[in-house]
Design a protein around this ligand. Structure first.
Ligand SMILES: O=P(O)(O)OC[C@@H](O)[C@@H](O)c1c[nH]c2ccccc12
Length: 257
């Protein structure tokens, strides 16, 4: 069983909520992974910098630009992860656009991920209809593809997508790009409940989540959250207590709606 599947099954069984931080791979990757594991992250999403991050807002775009300027490469990130894998127990998920994968070669990419002990992939610009180009390789290597559903995904499509994986379903909370939001559409709770009602996988909400109250709000409807831009802002501000506060907010169990 894949690490992601194992931790998610345990969390759901204990009626606990997941907290998955996203960080941009760069010079401080090892320290950041170690800190997030100690702070209680359920899994860690690691972004590979890319020159045209179409789904990303300014915070992640800037982090990616800095990382590229510092010479970060996909292969280099996977080598770093291979080095620390023996001491890191938290599931690690690579989030990357397809271009860096195509440049390396799909089969070579999956082999490197497997050697590094990567547990999951989030591939935001690979439509489900085209995932056959990589899914068989990932499946064979025991690497989970974490699929995204949006506010406009029809319920039957959400149900079908949720049958494909064994990790979790990524429910995007806004129409648009990543980046901390002040608030969310008032129909979001209902939408997450509908996703949850048809999903055979745990459902994690992501995009825009940037405060402990957002975390607690989302956890009334789903099995956890993914937070990226706010985590990067807090890391840039060296506000580690702020990150711990967000993670601890996911530890408060709720009566689910
Ligand atoms: O940054 P936010 O608004 O907290 O959203 C999570 C997001 O950062 C992370 O999951 C991610 C970063 N880049 C992406 C591109 C597409 C989908 C998801 C992502």
């Amino acid at each position: 069983m894949n690490r992601i599947e194992k931790v998610m099954q345990t969390l759901v069984k204990n009626n606990e909520n997941a907290f998955v931080p996203y960080i941009m791979a760069g010079d401080a990757l090892v320290e950041q992974i170690a800190f997030l594991e100690k702070a209680g992250a359920t899994a860690i999403e690691i972004g590979i910098p890319f020159s045209d991050p179409v789904a990303d807002g300014p915070v992640i775009q800037r982090a990616g630009k800095r990382s590229l300027e510092n010479g970060t490469t996909l292969r280099g990130v996977l080598r770093t992860i291979a080095d620390i894998r023996p001491i890191i127990h938290t599931p690690l998920i690579i989030m990357t656009y397809m271009n860096p994968i195509m440049a390396l070669g799909i089969s070579e990419f999956i082999d490197e991920c497997s050697r590094s002990g990567i547990d999951g992939l989030i591939l935001p610009d690979l439509p489900i209809e085209e995932e056959e180009i990589i899914a068989p390789f990932a499946e064979k290597a025991g690497i989970e593809i974490i699929r995204l559903v949006t506010l406009t995904s029809p319920l039957e499509r959400i149900e079908e997508i949720s049958k494909k994986g064994r990790g979790f379903l990524y429910a995007v909370t806004v129409n648009g790009i990543t980046g901390a939001r002040k608030g969310f559409n008032e129909q979001l709770g209902e939408h997450l409940q509908r996703v949850k009602s048809v999903s055979s996988l745990p459902v994690l909400a992501g995009f825009g989540i940037s405060s402990p109250s957002h975390v607690q709000e989302m956890n009334q409807y789903c099995d956890g959250v993914i937070v990226g831009s706010k985590i990067i802002e807090l890391l840039e501000a060296r506000d580690l207590a702020g990150i711990e506060e967000l993670i601890n907010a996911s530890k408060i169990t709720h009566v689910k709606n």
